[in-house]
Design a protein around this ligand. Sequence first.
Ligand code: DGY
Length: 337
Amino acid sequence: MSRPTVFIARRVFPEIVEGLRAHVDVRTHDGDAPLSQPELIAALQGCAGVFITTSEKIDETLLAACPALKAVCTMAVGYNNIDVAACTAHGVVATNAPDVLTETTADFGFALMMATARRITESERYLREGRWNHWGYDMFAGGDVHGATLGVLGMGRIGQAIAKRGHGGFGMKVAYHNRSHLAPEVEAALGATWMSLPDLLRSVDHLVIVTPYSAATHHLIGADQLALMKPSATLTNIARGGVVDDAALAQALAKGTIAAAGLDVFEGEPTVHPALLALRNVVLTPHIASASVPTRRAMAGLAAANLVAALGAGPRAGKPPTILNPEVLARAGAPGA
Ligand code: DGY
């Protein structure tokens, strides 16, 4: 039986590519920049599977143009770039990469929140520019993290890992907003209290946003919501661009509606709203919350394991570990089997 061919849409760890070659034929795009949609469609002709990252868009147009495709596997936990319903309609397995990045991403979210509250990058810039010539009682004085109220918007796995750090490590009060409430014993362990979104915004000192992006969460935080926050509050976004209205945020930061923001994700990234770039009170990082070497390796490894299994090969043939649309397999039997 001929082996299925898969396409790896971005440069990735060489050992992951080699591991895939043990089970399937592999074609690669070795660049760091994503292919355009027409380039991706052309590259996928004859491919049964594709390994993607956060930026390749898998939609109806692509699926209709790539009839051989049977599996789409992203190395990210977020999958707003994949139209899962369209994949299901085309009989294409879709998988993401949850769990393996939870702690690393929570570490970064917490670090970004602390850097924002304590003005770390702003003060470093000042020092590097040679402007530091005295000690001042209020020089780069920011907000405290310990003992403050942490707000978590989106209390999934990563939100809970951030709450654990705040509650257990820094004695923070934890408030959260989520569609569903946590079980009482989980709330108790995290010292967390559910609040409506307006109450959360009014109460917290440091808001960390971890909610997935969808039509329902588009601009969930805009001018009206920012206006509810304390002038001393900070906002950190490690979820996805689009959950926050970046133009409204830039205005709020410029006017002092809130004190500062830490952003790892942006609307239209890698382009960043020019008004944000001009502000001193915002910490900007290039979508790296999950970027520790071991975690990125684990994310890529999970995507590869999903791809091989979805195509009916390897030790878990027909059972991709983190499938988003199991009904495809239930309906058709294991693809490639
Ligand atoms: C994810 O996995 O969704 C992250 O945003 C990628 O780092």
